[in-house]
Design a protein around this ligand. Sequence first.
Ligand code: COA
Ligand code: AMP
Length: 656
Amino acid sequence: MSSGLDAGNEAPDTAAATAAGAAEDGYAPSYARSLRDPEAFWLEAASLVDWDTAPQQALDESGAPLYRWFPDGYLNTSYNALDRHVAAGRGDADALIYDSAMLGTTRTYTYNQLLAEVETFAGVLRGLGVEAGDRVIIYLPMIPQAVIAMLAAARLGAIHSVVFGGFAPKELAARIDDARPAVVVTASGGMEPKRTVEYLPNVADALAAADHRVNHVVVAERDGFAHTAQEYNGAHGTAWHDWDELAAGASPAGPVSVAATDPLYILYTSGTTGAPKGVVRDNGSHAVALAWSMRNIYDVGPGQVMWTASDVGWVVGHSYIVYAPLIAGATTLLYEGKPVGTPDAGAFWRVADEHRVDVLFTAPTALRAIRKADPDAALMADYDLSVLRTLFVAGERLDPETFAWAGRALDIPVVDHWWQTETGWAICANPMGLEQLPIKAGSATVPVPGFSLAIVDGQGAEVPPGEEGNIVLRLPLPPGTLTTLWGSDDRFRSSYLEIFEGCYTTGDSGYVDEDGYVFIMGRTDDVINVSGHRLSTGAMEQIVATHPAVAECAVIGVADSLKGQRPCGYVVLKTGTELGVEELRADLVKLVRESIGPVADFKDVQVVEALPKTRSGKILRKTMRQIADGDAYTVPSTIEDPGVIDALVPLLRPGG
Ligand code: COA
Ligand code: AMP
């Protein structure tokens, strides 16, 4: 196996490899076949999961441009993640390892044990009236109950929607109103390195702010937190229950057979406006795509440990902490902790050693945090990482320095792969199970089978290799990708499908080199990536603009050496405002924190005389971002007053 650092710059010409008929099971033939004959390709992949009714048809094009996969198939996702492994005699194999750096504890669940917990909690949900198609919101920290609640909802054919714990009550309320859940499942709280986060007051505030009435809240009670379910019981007409008490009286629930096309979950993600988009994932194609990816991308199966150091609140956590490793019959690791500070920058290596992790998946920002604290990776020497064979990263661009550092320190392939909440799995990757391709620093390697990728200019015309443009995916998207946005096919169409004819618009820009390698360069919209967390600057602007002293504002994401990007607000004050800059900054930071949540990490505010605008009034955010990042910038000829840019440069680019 070649090391990520040693792999050099040689890369296959994928088109040529296909024509030459490379190894039958290699990347190029597989990729070509997936596009030439998707029907056969995905029906074959469908055999990786267990069906109640096996599909006879792969693609349903009748609703194009909204496609469905496996329209005649029936299955249960929780059955595929649990029961089938038990039925195959692997009930004593480890399914889930929970390692809490916060508590200093570890707990392992075998497939038998995890199934028992899930059956019971599915019984709890059923007892509260949850049926197939009902929504269940899950607002939980990184504890086993998060995995159990997701699989329990899936068991009943209910639709879960997990909300990341770093979001504020208002964001939770927006999701409650959109998803209209029957039940909210939560815990007493989560643990951050310097504080605990009490969840119950947040949930109570969200319920008070939401128009939709939730009938039941189930609370996984944890030691060390101030509030209990009992305290809130009855408030806003909602019954609050203790998880353990309900579980003690529940009868186990079996898996409900659902159509492959029925929704499994809704996961909200940031768009360009303040209203989050509810990405809908189905049951059948999701299970097939993830099972295929475990074999062909991650190369992980039964008896192996996959550790995805993300959060169940993000898509990476949904797919590779919860569903994919379990569908594949592997062992998954749930880590409650941070890369640094819990207690030190050796935390990841401690966990990888202690639990014999085969494959680790994390975000570049976590590696940058470790590198900053331990530049020579000296803490790694304390641990045996001989089992670890691949490091996957995603969530944001993997900068070449971090790539080189990780490869050097670990001496294993470091695989950058690119994906989005919408796609649910990697669009571009080095398919380690299919064929390990040479690695190029800065590239997410090649399109994954099923994804037909093109780079187009603003008019939709394909650009030559090496030229940057909009990255689009020709329809249909493969299994596992979003089927629509919750409650709005129209928004799905207008946000993604109607920008470039016949294509899904990713919102990312990038280029493909002569060898077919894809380089992701950044977003084309107002979405930013802070510590691998996807956030909307548009949403932050809407909040900043509500402050009484603010006449107008722009929030842009500027480059940050640790977090990838960080949001900065530029504010024009109303005439006559007497508020000091520090006071204003404190107000705005508080406002964003209370509205979006601490995860927004909004801390930088600058007061400016004016914002640069076009004559039609559009704020030149891209130019501002280029100036702030020290990049070459272009000032559009349509600018209203070029003097505004001159005045901004010293502020945006202090010290030059
Ligand atoms: N619940 C409540 N608050 C949370 C939270 C959660 N689940 N996650 C983060 N926050 C809070 C933090 O406590 C922090 O609050 P503060 O402003 O009071 O300190 C704020 O949100 C920002 O947190 P974070 O983005 O984690 O920054 P950090 O400076 O605390 O840590 C890193 C920096 C790089 C160590 C951290 O961001 C990290 O581990 N990143 C990896 C992220 C990741 O895995 N993303 C996966 C996406 S694929
Ligand atoms: P999310 O939906 O939160 O997973 O964020 C998706 C966005 O993160 C993508 O549209 C990209 O902008 C960015 N992203 C994810 N993975 C990568 C990667 N490997 N390289 C560059 N950007 C990435």
